[in-house]
Ligand binder design. Sequence first.
Ligand code: NAD
Length: 264
Amino acid sequence: SNNLMAGKRGLIMGLANDKSIAWGIAKACADAGAEMAFTYMGDAFRKRVAPLADQLGVQTLIDCDVSDPASIDAAFSEIEKTWGRLDFIVHAIGFSDKNELRGRYVDTSRDNFLMTMDISCYSFTAVMQRAEKLMSEGGSAMTLTYYGAEQVMPHYNVMGVAKAALEASVKYLAEDLGKDGIRVNAISAGPIKTLAASGIGDFRYILKWNELNSPLRRNVTIDDVGKSALYLLSDLGSGVTGENLHVDAGYHVVGMKAVDAPDI
Ligand code: NAD
């Protein structure tokens, strides 16, 4: 444990269960002395998230559906009422119809394209519109992305397009909010078995491929992502904004399958 986040208050959005990337980040922040509030989506998740909140001594649990602007407003007025300000924010939210996370990108429907962009991309901008006012003493915000934004990955399809837009929005947000001392970054995580990932076709094969072909010859964990998030969210990252930090065991630098990798 350390004091990197002592005295800092943050909102963690996107906690579903103890496999969530948001959980890895929340644990790292708690270990560093942060005070946190969690949002979750819908009553079904409250049951799973409440014991996790207890475990880290988190008292503020807010139901928030980012596809509903009124719900985002309500979440931020609750934060304003509780704390009056905010030092950091973690956006770990993404969604698409799983029927379109397999097969061809070219077959994406208009409805699912718009919904995927709304929940997985626009919601981060919507959140930062509200967070800006509460980050009166500066702050640090981050979202989660995936390599499928940069290169074509099997089955990622419309989610890859939404993540590309999300990564671009990180850069625009970094410029807009930088004057106020608010840093905005992304972590591009390697594949991790979570609820959201289980919707992606052939996910087990993708995990195995990354394990065998990444420079570290392993997959990353939510604790790996949590530690790197701590760097971006704490003063350790004070000079870093608009960045996309790859926490993927180095997979993104590989251009060709290594000769020592066995066939899979
Ligand atoms: P997860 O299922 O644990 O988290 C996804 C969260 O999004 C859930 O908490 C869910 O409730 C929330 N969500 C979905 N729709 C919502 C809405 N309308 N309003 C509010 N919340 C909503 O899975 P995860 O893998 O931890 O995902 C977190 C983030 O990490 C996502 O952006 C995902 O794309 C990204 N990511 C995941 C991986 C991976 O392999 N797991 C890799 C890179 C990036």
